[in-house]
Design a protein around this ligand. Structure first.
Ligand code: F6P
Length: 424
């Protein structure tokens, strides 16, 4: 008997069910032993309080296209892991206890950065854990892609598209708030896909004067409207210069609901143009997964299940297509900043034959560019430098800097200065 646990942790996204389906279908068709499936409810809370459902393979049929998570989810912040629950229950010992009580062979955890740190802690406690990279934000270290991301881009892009028509009818400026407190992947990609005129992301503090100049220039050259795509966590150059404490204080004192309102107000005051705010909000995490997410989620589920059947635990499934192999002269000219926080990338064994069902064993096309990572914290810059020195120019490239900048430099038709990304 192979006993597995499944849990979904943190903010939900569209492709969680598709991922779990990928895991279960692959196990069902490839395991020599019967499978017993325990679905923990509401993320780590279910593991802490032993709230679970014994599930059958049928529970995982028909859920490929269903958004949200059939298990429910919750946030259990990693930094509070050693703080007992309100009722005094100690989280880590309770989770370890539940795992052993159910005699689990493996726990599959679908979550983002914090949840993966918790998974790593459970690994350190001796549990067999496999993590899968979930989040619409696409900011999980060690992978170039997370499931949920492409669906969220679609929703945000649709919002920008729709706003275009009304903005143009009324000749207005629209400031659209797009999800991403710490990272700007969704606003950046949706902004590019939707043709936003200005994109503000947390990674690049913005200069309001440049935003105003761009809007005025558009008006002077005959554009009736301007679309400004703004990440939830966008920050001005002035605010970025504050200490963390000062910035926190400023946020606490903010009277508007979020930064987009402040930006809109300032734009209206300085340009005299009617300016409106639009917020797609949690619709970006809702609804069905898009086709790309369904595929990637399935690939992740397949990889995780096969890893489990091989007895390989303590890893996160990741896509690492671009940065694994070599450093060509072209890429080294971009040198730092580069790619992702890769620790010991390793190739999974290649897929074997396929049958017509595609699951037994899964078709090669269903395998992600398979790489998996230790569930360890990201490398520090000095460790990265040492590893790169040791690996030599042909070895794997280890990096630590946000890959967003590389992307920005490569987007044709865009230039960015002092934080704003505007058409070149
Ligand atoms: O982490 C995913 C995410 O959707 C972020 O983009 C967003 O800032 C945050 O979660 C919203 O969290 P909540 O659902 O708790 O409001």
């Amino acid at each position: 008997m192979l006993r597995i646990g499944l849990l979904t942790s943190g903010g939900d996204c569209q492709a969680l069910n598709a991922t779990m389906r990928g895991i279960v279908k692959t196990l069902m068709t490839n395991s020599e032993e019967p499978i017993e499936i325990y679905g923990f409810e509401d993320g780590y809370q279910g593991l802490i309080y032993s709230r679970f459902r014994v599930m059958s393979p049928a529970d995982f049929s028909g859920i490929l296209t269903r958004g949200g998570t059939i298990l429910g989810t919750s946030r259990t912040p990693f930094k509070r892991l050693d703080v007992p629950e309100a009722d005094g229950v100690e989280k880590v010992p309770a989770m370890v206890h539940t795992y052993h009580k159910l005699q689990l062979d493996c726990l599959f955890m679908l979550g983002g950065n914090g949840s993966t740190k918790t998974a790593n802690r459970l690994r350190e406690e001796g549990l067999n854990v496999i993590a899968l990279p979930k989040t619409i934000d696409n900011d999980t270290w060690g992978t170039e892609l997370t499931f949920g991301f492409t669906s969220a881009i679609d929703v945000a892009t649709k919002c920008i598209d729709d706003i275009h028509t009304t903005a143009s009818s009324h000749g207005r400026v629209f400031v659209i708030e797009i999800m991403g407190h710490k990272v700007g992947w969704i606003p950046l990609y949706a902004g590019v896909a939707g043709g936003a005129d200005v994109i503000l992301i947390p990674e690049i503090p913005y200069d309001m004067d440049n935003v105003i100049k761009t809007i005025e220039h558009r008006m002077e050259t005959g554009s009736r409207f301007t679309i400004v795509a703004v990440a939830e966590g966008a920050i001005s150059k002035e605010d970025a210069a504050l200490s963390k404490k000062e910035y926190k204080k400023k946020l606490a004192e903010r009277t508007s609901p979020s930064i987009v309102y402040d930006i809109a107000k300032e734009i209206e005051a300085k340009t005299g143009r009617e300016t409106r705010v639009a917020i797609p909000g949690h619709t970006q995490r809702g609804g069905q997964p898009d086709a790309q997410d369904r595929i990637f989620a399935t690939q992740c589920g397949v990889e995780a299940a096969l890893g489990c059947l091989r007895g390989e635990f303590g890893y996160m499934i990741a896509r690492c297509a671009t940065y694994r192999s070599r450093r060509s002269p072209a890429s080294s000219s971009m040198s730092t900043p580069r790619a992702t926080w890769c620790a010991r990338p390793r190739r999974w064994a290649s897929a074997s034959a396929t049958n017509s069902l595609g699951w037994n064993p899964p078709h090669r096309a269903l395998r992600p560019r398979p790489t998996y990572f230790d569930l360890a914290p990201p490398l520090t810059p000095s460790k990265v430098a040492n590893r790169n020195r040791r690996a030599g120019p042909e070895g794997p490239a280890f990096t630590y800097s946000p890959r967003l900048f590389v992307f920005l430099l490569r987007v044709p038709g865009l230039k960015f200065s002092c934080g704003e990304i505007v058409p070149a």
